[in-house]
Structures are given as structure tokens and as C-alpha cells.
Design a protein around this ligand. Structure first.
Ligand code: ZN
Length: 266
């Protein structure tokens, strides 16, 4: 028996592009060999593992940018080291769809932490993407748009074009700095602004239910750990479970996923 999800409603995902993918976020690398469903894992959780699991299904790699910049105000890992690590994951785990770059998010709190401007974060993000692409041939690193306002995201898209990256030809373009302000409506405007510019290949990082309801129609793919946050607040989510909380429970995660993506088409 499934406990009701807070505020669960029918999601307006009827006019999304075809072949969309929804990646279930997890802190548990072992799930890679337990489910065929697409997963989203941070390098932070994988780096702790001596032995890597072999993936049953497709997955995508997150660089752990937010925690890195929040902790250090800069990247302490070189692009070379990250590219090598990602290549190892692709080789040993297998079925890696793509990897996020070592991008620089543009939340005001993050700019305060790094002491840099939005334009500097954007330039560093493009530079890192180009370096990763040139180093790691066996891993598909995706470009990520960074900014805070819609004009800044559009400027960043032009910066990529100026650097010789045709974002319209990319299978996936990440949209960063969206995770922590999905309740505001600003993000829906930004995604709609990017759709109006012709982007049909957008990935939403760390999407929550509020975000999915308001802008999922703009996304080609998304990842979410919202199921885990819900369980952290509410404890046990499935009657059959014996643990105190379903925050790391695969059964709950898959139940949540089924509810959320019934119209997503992945
Ligand atoms: Zn459970």
C-alpha cells in the first residue's frame, strides 16, 4: 500500500518531445545492478567505491558541482582528473548516457562564495566543457547553460555558439542553477524562454514535484531525488518496509517513479 504523495496531482506532461528520459537520482551505486530504470548518480558517491557495479540500465553522471563550490568556492579537482574518472566509470560500470561538466552555478549565494560574477562563472563553465570534450573521447559531456535571469541564460547560449558549440545540434543541453528556486515560477519562465529560442533538448537538474508540474513540458530529460527528500520528511513510505525511513529505499523510489512519470514516456 502506497502512502499518498503530498499534493499529488495529474502532471501536465502531454506535449513533451518524444524519447524523453527520466533519471531517478540515488546515493546508492549498488542500484545500478538492481534496476533497469535510468539512474542519476554523483561522482561523490561513486568515488567512495573501490569496486564499481556493472549497470543493468542506462544512467547519467553528475559532477557534484554544488557541493564542491559550496565547500571550497572553487573546483579542487582538475578537468583532467574528472575526465579520467568519468572514463573509468563509463568503462567499468557501462551504459553511461552522459556526464555533467564541472560547471559553475550562478545562485547569488554561490557568487558570494566564489567572489566571481555571473559572466565569469559562465566563461569558466564553457572553458571546462571544451576541455572535458577534448580530453575524454569515451564519455559524452553535456554543455550546461548557467545564469540567473533569462537574458543571462540566453547570453550564455550565445557564448557557447561563439566558442564553436552548436547547442541546437547537441542531444542534451543542461540547464543549471534551477534546483533551489522551483517554487518561485522564475524557472518556468526561463525554461519557456529557452523553448521560445528553439531548444528542444533541455535537461532539468534536480527537479522537484513543484517544478515538474510547472515546466516538465519544456524538458527532454530530468533527474530527481525528490522521492528521497519526501521520505526524509515522512519516514516510512511503504507499509511493507521495516526500516525507519525510505530515504534510501529502492522499492519506494521505484513506486514514486512510477507515479510521477506515468506520462513522461521514458
Ligand atoms: Zn522502504
Amino acid at each position: 500500500m502506497v502512502m499518498p504523495l503530498p499534493g499529488q496531482t495529474q502532471l501536465p506532461w502531454h506535449d513533451l518531445p518524444k524519447n524523453r528520459v527520466f533519471y531517478l537520482g540515488t546515493h546508492k551505486p549498488g542500484w545500478l545492478r538492481q534496476t533497469f530504470n535510468p539512474l542519476f548518480l554523483s561522482r561523490v558517491t561513486l568515488a567512495e567505491r573501490k569496486q564499481l557495479p556493472e549497470a543493468l540500465g542506462r544512467w547519467a553522471l553528475d559532477s557534484g558541482a554544488f557541493s564542491e563550490l559550496a565547500a571550497h568556492g572553487r573546483w579542487t579537482m582538475s578537468a583532467e582528473a574528472y575526465a579520467d574518472e568519468a572514463e573509468r566509470y563509463a568503462r567499468e560500470i557501462g551504459k553511461l548516457d552522459w556526464a555533467a561538466p564541472q560547471d559553475w552555478m550562478c545562485e547569488p549565494s554561490m557568487l558570494e562564495k566564489t567572489g566571481k560574477t555571473v559572466a565569469e562563472h559562465q566563461a569558466l563553465t564553457v572553458r571546462n566543457f571544451l576541455e572535458l570534450r577534448s580530453r575524454a573521447r569515451a564519455v559524452h559531456f553535456i554543455p550546461v547553460l548557467q545564469g540567473w535571469s533569462l537574458p543571462e541564460y540566453l547570453q550564455h547560449a550565445r557564448d557557447y555558439q561563439a566558442a564553436g558549440v552548436n547547442l541546437y545540434a547537441e542531444p542534451i543541453v543542461g540547464v543549471g542553477s534551477v534546483c533551489r528556486r522551483q517554487h518561485t515560477g522564475e524557472i518556468a519562465n526561463i525554461f519557456e524562454g529557452l523553448i521560445a529560442e528553439g531548444f528542444r533538448n533541455l535537461h532539468g537538474f534536480g527537479v522537484k514535484l513543484t517544478g515538474l508540474r510547472s515546466f516538465s513540458r519544456c524538458l527532454k530529460s530530468a533527474d530527481s531525488l525528490a522521492w528521497s527528500y519526501t521520505a526524509r520528511r515522512h519516514g516510512r513510505m511503504l507499509r511493507k518496509c521495516r526500516h525507519q525511513t525510505c530515504a534510501n529505499c529502492l522499492d519506494w523510489a521505484l513506486t514514486w517513479r512510477k507515479q510521477v512519470i506515468r506520462d513522461f514516456g521514458s
